[in-house]
Design a protein around this ligand. Structure first.
Ligand code: PEP
Length: 250
């Protein structure tokens, strides 16, 4: 049985006290301990506290990014080994905002994935097409190319710790959600792509999350699809009640 996961990407939101407050609201909500595995992904400055506060709850912590380099003179960067030293579990990589605003390519993301795997961190690897690509019916090709590039030289053994998030860029932060059929169709395509490269055992155990304007009102319908194993949640993860309602939508 593959894991059902709901991960909250806080992006560049929340000051330190606001973030602590939100973590506490999530922990103190009794229903947060049921259902899917919860992952929260606060900004770097909150990660240490987030790991400490969530210990003993069914909540894991993810960073939103990491460096492609091991260490050294890279001012402002955070390495995978630094993240590992906080004992957090996951790192979101290849988010469309990193691609669009910071020029991240599949090759760069591949280097970051390798850094994470070398430091016992589980990558949550994002893929997804922009609106024009969907309108031109190129979305399957785009996602297949992203996956191939990002996963280059990743072995089957390493792949076991990877989660994939399908996030159609046209649905992120826009209020437009992929229909349950669109999500299922692409998730199935991703699983079959992974099956071709890594075999059935790995493909069947891979958690594939949907991301893009997922909220309490549409999560149930999205998650009821056989290849949708949860969500990567942006805006709605900044509200404890909404985030937990999404997690309890399975
Ligand atoms: C995201 O940025 O990963 C995301 C899914 O955002 P939102 O839920 O706000 O569309």
């Amino acid at each position: 049985m593959r894991k059902q996961i709901v991960a909250g990407n806080w992006k560049m939101n929340m000051t330190f006290p606001e973030g602590i407050n939100l973590i506490q609201e999530i922990i103190n909500n009794p229903s947060s301990l049921k259902g899917a595995q919860l992952i929260i992904s606060p900004p770097y400055l909150l990660l240490n506290q987030a790991v400490k506060l969530t210990q003993g709850n069914n909540i894991s912590v993810a960073a939103q990014n990491c460096s492609e380099h091991e260490k050294g003179a890279f001012t402002g960067e955070i390495s995978a080994s630094m993240l590992n030293s906080l004992q957090l579990e996951y790192v979101i990589l290849g988010h469309s905002e990193r691609r669009a605003y910071y020029g991240e390519t599949d090759q760069l993301i591949n280097q970051k994935i390798k850094q994470c795997l070398a430091n016992n961190l589980k990558p949550i690897v994002c893929c997804g097409e922009i609106l024009k690509e969907r309108e031109n019916n190129e979305h399957f090709n785009v996602v297949a190319t992203q996956i191939k590039g990002m996963l280059e030289e990743i072995t089957a053994k390493e792949f076991k710790s990877i989660i994939i998030a399908y996030e159609p860029v046209w649905a992120i932060g826009t209020g437009k959600t992929a229909s349950p059929d669109q999500a299922q169709e692409m998730h199935h395509f991703i699983r079959e792509t992974i099956r071709n490269s890594y075999g059935s055992e790995i493909a069947d155990n891979l958690s594939i999350l949907y991301g893009g304007s997922c909220k309490p009102s549409n999560a149930k319908e999205l998650f009821s699809n056989s290849d949708v194993d949860g969500g990567l949640i942006g805006g709605a993860s900044l509200n404890a009640e909404d985030f937990i309602a999404i997690a309890n939508s399975f």
